[in-house]
Design a protein around this ligand. Structure first.
Ligand SMILES: O=P(O)(O)OC[C@H]1O[C@@H](O)[C@H](O)[C@@H](O)[C@@H]1O
Length: 300
């Protein structure tokens, strides 16, 4: 990878932050700050790596990161917008993750780096004729990771919005993972289409694809290595929990046959019954904050 000037991102970059390009021309914002190292792909405003100083990585990333521009990235946090999954015709999970974004501001202090990016409204209108949106994303990276997707309805009609911050979290072994915080919560099982109620903590023994709804509390992933990753959300009354398990893994791009063992998606969302309708002029902010800590030994 090498640094270079990028005319389309006319922002001042603080020390420790640089734009780089791989040999195929794919652009990334590379952050090497005393508090955190991270990388964000300009296509998709897709964070692929975030490791606070002295901690393990907060995100899982496929070892076979696609090098060519235009290929979706498996891992990190794909931005699903303005629809989740295949709830509208067009690309799965919407247009944001496959569109080129612009940097609009980057700043840092001793403890964190903040990055703001925008998806140009002309690109949105071209992809979604008749729709008028303003879309920004903000990353705050330090001892934890906070991502906020900010959507404004710029049109004169109400516009439907469903979305997710599709966070791939690393786990040492999916067989031994426990997810807490969703006990007694209702969910839509996307594999069967049925509504269910969560009994106890979530454990994984098969493909899992669920939208938990009417829920805004924290969700805790407790790993067998006694590490905890917590997902805190704002502007989100639904959370997607996804692991493709064995058979579906074989059909996924950039996913090795045993990768399902080492990742779990816990996604701050506005999906399923939590899909929104934005009034003209209304702004909606969807936030996830991902933190890492040690488990109290009684919970593992
Ligand atoms: O392979 P993609 O398009 O990145 O999607 C991965 C998964 O994303 C999850 O959020 C969905 O709930 C799953 O249904 C989907 O399979």
């Amino acid at each position: 990878m090498h640094s270079q000037k990028f005319a389309q991102h006319p922002v001042q970059l603080p020390e420790g932050v640089r734009l780089i390009q791989n040999k195929h021309g794919r652009e990334f914002l590379q952050i090497d700050h005393p508090a955190v190292s991270a990388r964000i792909a300009m296509e998709g405003a897709h964070i692929t790596h975030c490791q606070p100083a002295g901690q393990g990585p907060l995100l899982w990333m496929s070892a076979s990161e696609p090098e060519l521009p235009g290929k979706t990235i498996r891992g990190g946090i794909p931005l699903c917008w303005p629809w989740f999954s295949d709830t509208r015709s067009g690309p799965a999970h919407g247009i944001a993750r496959i569109s080129p974004w612009q940097l609009t501001a980057v700043s840092s202090d001793a403890e964190r780096v903040s990055v703001r990016m925008r998806l140009a409204h002309s690109l949105i209108e071209q992809a979604l004729p008749g729709e008028k949106w303003k879309l920004d994303v903000e990353f705050v990276l330090g001892s934890d990771l906070m991502v906020t997707l900010i959507t404004r309805n710029m049109g004169e009609e109400r516009q439907a919005l469903s979305q997710a911050l599709h966070s791939y979290l690393p786990v040492s072994n999916i067989d031994q993972v426990v997810v807490q915080g969703l006990e007694s919560c209702a969910y839509l099982d996307q594999l069967t289409g049925h509504l269910q109620i969560q009994q106890g903590p979530v454990r994984f023994t098969a493909e899992t694809d669920r939208i938990y709804f009417n829920h805004s509390g924290d969700v805790r992933l407790i790993d067998a290595n006694k590490q905890v990753i917590s997902v805190h959300r704002k502007g989100s009354d639904s959370v997607v929990v996804w692991n493709p398990w064995i058979e579906k893994s074989l059909r996924l791009s950039h996913f090795a046959s045993d990768d399902y063992r080492h990742m779990l998606c816990i996604e701050a969302a506005n999906a399923g019954p939590d899909a929104r309708v934005l009034e003209p002029g209304e702004t909606h902010r969807l936030t996830t904050r991902i933190t890492r800590g040690a488990a109290d030994s009684s919970v593992v």
